[in-house]
Design a protein around this ligand. Structure first.
Ligand code: UDP
Length: 312
């Protein structure tokens, strides 16, 4: 039986990973300091055999008794609003937290998978973005706390791989959405869906011509498990390569909610990337992975989640 640790296991992506590992028969240790994660995300897992929740801050300390096969480092504030509110914690979990995770993995001879991000490419000057691109990040801008923390984390992972021979993986995760996103996390998917469901105006930041490419959570989890099993130490983009403008995305939300909300304009956040689309040829050839769930289908499932959460 595999024994795995998921840091940030009570967060959006982390909780889906915990659930999947349990379903595949692994013993799962889930740690979280619950500053942006929530026990609600793992309530169906608490008390199950083979599932242990550890409330701890991976920045300070992380330990799991006994053998460990894999550590998946998903702890971090992850929405622009969260990391702007928690800049120091964001830098610390990417830097000190990654160091702690790597130390643990070295000790246990476990494989490590780092949740990195498309934000390492910053406001990209090549399009779509492939893994060879070094990025265009403003280190001292407000988003720099997240982008640079993840860039440092990648450098730290590669150093442990090269210097200590730790078996490592780096997933560069593009915009991901689905059930268990937090309503108030400020990202475009929960914002637009909840605004549409309550009849508020959908807040378009800037002119809405900036683009993103949205991947449904189940597809992403498939990709992460394949990367863990079949990947190598070099970074791999995981995301859906269907690119949409934010204005077009607002129309998708209005159509699928049946809402008559209007659109309103708000200022574009500082350093908001103008375009973002993953080149996923490496994930396709190395892992045999590509997303399967269409935007309409994924958004329908996410709308259902927010409706159900509201009625509870
Ligand atoms: N955005 C928007 N309205 C919102 C929230 C976000 O227009 O209410 C825009 C934001 O400026 C960005 C895109 O949607 O261009 C995606 O934002 P999000 O915060 O989801 O993630 P990001 O890709 O910027 O990390």
């Amino acid at each position: 039986m595999k024994r795995v640790l998921v840091t940030g296991g009570a967060g959006f992506i982390g909780s889906h990973l915990c659930k999947r590992f349990l379903a595949e028969g692994a013993e799962v240790f889930c740690c979280d300091n619950l500053i942006t994660g929530s026990l609600t995300n793992i309530e169906e897992l608490l008390g199950k055999d083979r599932f242990t929740f550890l409330k701890l801050d991976v920045t300070n300390y992380v330990h799991v008794p006994g053998r460990l096969d894999a550590v998946l480092h998903f702890a971090s504030p992850a929405s622009p609003i969260d990391y702007l509110k928690l800049p120091i914690q964001t830098l610390k979990v990417g830097a000190l937290g990654t160091h702690k995770v790597l130390g643990l993995a070295k000790d246990k001879q476990a494989r490590v998978l780092l949740a990195s991000t498309s934000e390492v490419y910053g406001d990209p000057q090549i399009h779509p973005q492939n893994e060879d691109y070094w990025g265009h990040v403003n280190p001292i801008g407000p988003r720099g706390v997240y982008d640079e923390a993840k860039r440092f984390a990648e450098a730290m992972v590669m150093a442990y791989h090269r210097h200590h021979g730790v078996d490592t993986r780096i997933a560069r995760i593009f915009n991901t959405y689905g059930p268990r996103m937090r309503k108030g996390d400020g990202r475009v998917v929960p914002n637009f869906i909840n605004q549409a469901l309550t009849g508020e105006d959908l807040t378009i930041y800037g002119d809405g011509r900036q683009t993103r490419s949205f991947c449904f959570i189940d597809d992403l989890v498939d990709g992460i498990l394949l990367l863990l099993e079949k990947g190598d130490a070099d970074p791999v983009n995981l995301g859906n390569d269907l690119e949409v403008s934010i204005l077009d995305f607002a129309q998708v939300i209005l159509k699928l909610t049946g809402s008559s909300s209007k659109l309103c304009r708000e200022p574009l956040p500082v350093d908001d990337p103008k375009v973002r689309q993953p080149d996923i040829s490496k994930a396709k050839s190395l892992l045999g992975w590509e997303p399967r769930i269409s935007l309409d289908e994924g958004i329908k499932r996410t709308i259902a989640f927010f409706k159900e959460t509201e009625s509870r």
